[in-house]
Ligand binder design. Sequence first.
Ligand SMILES: [Zn+2]
Ligand SMILES: [Zn+2]
Ligand SMILES: [Zn+2]
Length: 586
Amino acid sequence: MEERLSNLICGALLHDIGKILYRAGEGRGNHAERGADFLRALNFPDGIVNLCRFHHDSELRGSRSADHLILCESDWLSSAERPEKEEAEERGRWEPYVPLLNPFSKLSLNHSEEPSYTGEWSFFPVRPLEGEDLPFPSADPKLSGEEEYRKLVESLKGRLESLPPNPELLLPVLEGSLSFVPSETRLAPAEGGMEVSVRGFKADPARMPDISLFDHLKTTAAIASAMFLYLLERGDEGFEEGLSSWDVIRRRDEARYLLVGGDISGVQRFIYTISSKGALKGLRARSFWLEMLTQHVAAQIIERLHLSSANIIFCGGGRFLLLLPNTEGAREVLRQIKTLVNRWLYDRHGLRLYLALGFVPLCGMAFLSSWWKWRGRRDGIPRPLRAEVERAFYQCDSCEFARGESCSLLGELKPRPLTIPDALEALNRRLGEEKGKKFADMLDFRPREQERGRCEQGCEDVPFECQICHVENVKIFRHANPPDADPIHACPFCFQLWKLGRLLPRVRFLARFPEGVEVSASSDKAALFELPGAVYLAAADLREIEEAARAKPEALFVLNSFEPGFRPLLIANYIVDPEESPDFKS
Ligand SMILES: [Zn+2]
Ligand SMILES: [Zn+2]
Ligand SMILES: [Zn+2]
């Protein structure tokens, strides 16, 4: 079953790959056929090739293949903008080489129903993300051409060639190649005063393509895998054998999904409440460690459910947002992770840090709701969707939030199904409540004995608490500074972070090992740090990682890069190069 799910995720991640082949003028047929031929030539397994080949409902009439139907439905749910676009197409224009609108030019800070824009539109060039050189948006909606797309296809081919069909390896390749490629390329005619001229056509800039192909593929995979696990746990007849029907798959009023939020509380105090001794390096290592904690917790949840990072919608700054299946299995994993992480944090940091976790169930209609809430009126809903909106509005029995007439969580009447913005609001409220009763569900705290630690270096005058983070009950202190300076007595955690802080500017790779595996950082080119249930090794080069443990790492990461074969860790670039910042050198 895990292989079937993994194939479904890969199929969802690759289903529209034919679009760039079409734009490059390569292959023949529609984008589904071109995509399938491309994947077959790269030796992808038949299961994945066929998912790509048959992902349109016109080709799935009468089909009973559960996974094909799931992919087709997820594709639909992940293009909420499509009905509006299709409406526009009748009067608009299809322009395959139009660039991606910079979504920041659509940022509207008023919260009324009709957004207002600054009127400064900018666009990204179509090209892969390579190295440090980021494409910069420009005001000119310059059309890309076949040539750009051909280059894109070439570089993608090279990256996919020897890649095993594994979602975690596929995701960074697609992110690197398709982040600046528009998912749809239809233009709507200008209305209401705003216009951008594209090859003489006056287009409405607010409705120009602003969703990248990568984001569309990623959300399709997230929805498909959550729907799969929901239907699997429900155990419909035939599902395990791969069979289902349109009537079942298209029930958009069932609460099949969970929008999950995680929030580490105490971050500010944790970073800044350290003594001024060695503060600068301490700050950097501490914020890096917190970033890793957030990423690690999100990854643990995903991995225990056999999902992929496609289900991590957002992760950074001590927070994450996930899309999970609304299953007992997922709720159980959330309970386990919350207990594991908070016990671990309590044992090392007392009451300083706490993981709040919350979730809100969602039905399929929520994915389609963003734009019809935005429009705010029933006649704004394109005709094919009206019946479904009404069904979800009047007949939803399974989703407490979609019912309309009563919603316990939002505490008010909502005369429409729950939308994504409503869900985020509800989630924030839930996380706020959680943070307000930190650790309240862990009543069996072990009392901490009061005892005085000793110094590994044998100093007689040992402080009562760690001189960096002030945590008490430290058993063994280590000196967190070079041998010739006055000793700073640190707890084991601060000692590890001190070593990590010195190495950070040179760190390129990280490896994760399960807790209990013997790992050692033998040279000054590697440093260890711990996170709940795991040990990480940060290193300047890969050799350090090979030499650090006999066991193979569970996962290999590369910092701020999309190198094939690694999972990317995109972390703010506060890790400066030591050559550029002499005061940072130890
Ligand atoms: Zn699609
Ligand atoms: Zn000492
Ligand atoms: Zn400490």
